[in-house]
Design a protein around this ligand. Sequence first.
Ligand code: NAD
Length: 338
Amino acid sequence: MTVLVTGGAGFIGSHVCAELLANGGDDVVVVDNFSNSSQGALRALRVLTGRDVVLHQLDLRDNTELDRVFEQHEIDSVIHFAAKKSVRESLQIPLDYFDNNIAGMTSLLLCMVRHGVRRLIFSSSCSIYGDQSQGPIGEDSPPCPTNPYARSKLICEQILADTCARYDDFAVISLRYFNPVGAHPSGTLGESPLGIPSNVMPYIMQVAGGRLERLQVFGADYPTPDGSPVRDYIHVMDVAEAHCLALHYLADGPGLRVLNLGTGVGVSVLELVRAVEDTCNVVVPYEVVARREGDAASAVADPSLIDKEWGWRTSRDIRAMCKDAWLFQQLHPRGYVV
Ligand SMILES: NC(=O)c1ccc[n+]([C@@H]2O[C@H](COP(=O)([O-])OP(=O)(O)OC[C@H]3O[C@@H](n4cnc5c(N)ncnc54)[C@H](O)[C@@H]3O)[C@@H](O)[C@H]2O)c1
């Protein structure tokens, strides 16, 4: 199979590419504009797997260039990661988020339609559920996004539903990730965003590594056991495994299927700090500051549907997430050297 991976140089995309190349020998074609990544991840992939990925450096919204990619390769399936993902930034530049995330996806879908490609896996997000602190969140929980980033993901899912309704041979699996963290256990691949990290784990790693001074914990007055926000952290290698499985399940038939990707275990930000300190034997200075607009108090998955449908569940715990992220940080103190 030839799999087109949009955003394949990014954190999750690069780990999925590693699994695709390592497992059944799929050919991988990456499209990325490097707006939040670098060639470093692709070099690391080569070192890790001994295989090449074909790279097309372009913006998904450039449909002429994207058409050329579909002309050059016999693409069987697409995994669509490319998006902007910072909640905070999305509040500052909402239109850029809608343009990049929604126009990027419609450009991709139009191209798929033109070239007869009908299988897609979409990176969705638990953020579309909003603030549902009552307990584990199932796929049938009503969406209630609280920021433009989350709204862009929900709108993308609605567009996918309309696409499947119009094209009855279109098969889409939308995976709603909770909080992917960690790194490849070899330390070769990991999370290396450009600029100051917007996600908590790479931020903690850079604090532990001395690159950033201290972590800011946004709010310790939430209705959670220790007052800090609770999240469902999932190891990026579990996320990667689930994508490989999803590629096979796309063959089951047309339509849109939505599945949570989480562990079902809630960990507060302060617990995450302690887990990093205990597992990696480091100190993570932090300060509690005011709540951040758009953040939910708690977001923990009910992961039972994917288990029921595919017999799959996560297998890596919070210690493995911390250990692997720290190994990557130690081997790449300044991220991938560009
Ligand atoms: N990391 C998380 O915590 C998380 C949680 C839920 C959902 N997601 C979703 O998963 C996907 C991947 O996330 P990630 O953490 O790997 O992010 P990332 O920023 O590391 O990767 C995204 C990649 O897409 C590229 N990109 C962005 N816009 C593009 C465009 N218009 N054209 C071409 N390339 C473009 C970036 O350069 C980057 O390499 C995103 O869609 C994100 O919204 C991430």
